[in-house]
Design a protein around this ligand. Sequence first.
Ligand code: GLN
Length: 245
Amino acid sequence: MADGQLRIGALYPNEMNIYADRGNIAVLTARCRWRGIEATVTALGLGDEIDSDAFDLFYLGGGQDDDQRRCAEDLVAVKKEALTAASQRGAVLLGVCGGYQLFGHWYELEDERIEGLGLLDVETVRAPGARLIGNIAIELDGGDGDPGGILAGFENHGGRTLLRPGATPLGRVLKGHGNDGSSGFEGCRSAHTIGTYLHGPLLPANAWFADWLIQMAVGEAQSLPQLDDDLEELAHADALKAAGL
Ligand code: GLN
């Protein structure tokens, strides 16, 4: 972490960016700049090597299976070591949907297994049955240092993600499908590494969650003054209403 700075590494912004997932980056940078914190965004694409210490927060959005396959190969071959080191030293890693799946051990489709990073103790399988689609709301319980609160968004995934014993879900499903449509859990979290199925994009409708990520990434010593969040609160209320809350 550098003083007064948030250095964001945007993984595969061209391939892994469905449902306007790059809006998440826009929220992170805006909320930093509004507070006088310099935010830089570096695209980390196919073939790019990563200096693990050069970033405070890595972001990986969602994608179609084909794009996911190409990125997964590159993640494991080129970026795994640096991202594992970053996760271990406490950098924030946020993965959404396809990105979440690739933070886990693997994503299995019929007779194919796409290897992931193994940063989260989860595995994803493409079980028969309809895709899990719709508006979703989940509740974070305030345990393990999370601030507690409700996240609202939109999910669309064929993969079902199973948490291995001992893995911590990000939240409890209030409305929607979540990890696998039946466990009642959504997402996974291991220290500062977080995976979730919530698109929307996630952060414009859940500014409190963006601030939590920023705080973890820049460190507790950096104060994050309150912002005028009238519009963000309306966006949050709208997403909650869409999910039926
Ligand atoms: N391709 C993955 C799935 O369908 C992830 C989709 C996504 O990122 N929305 O499960």
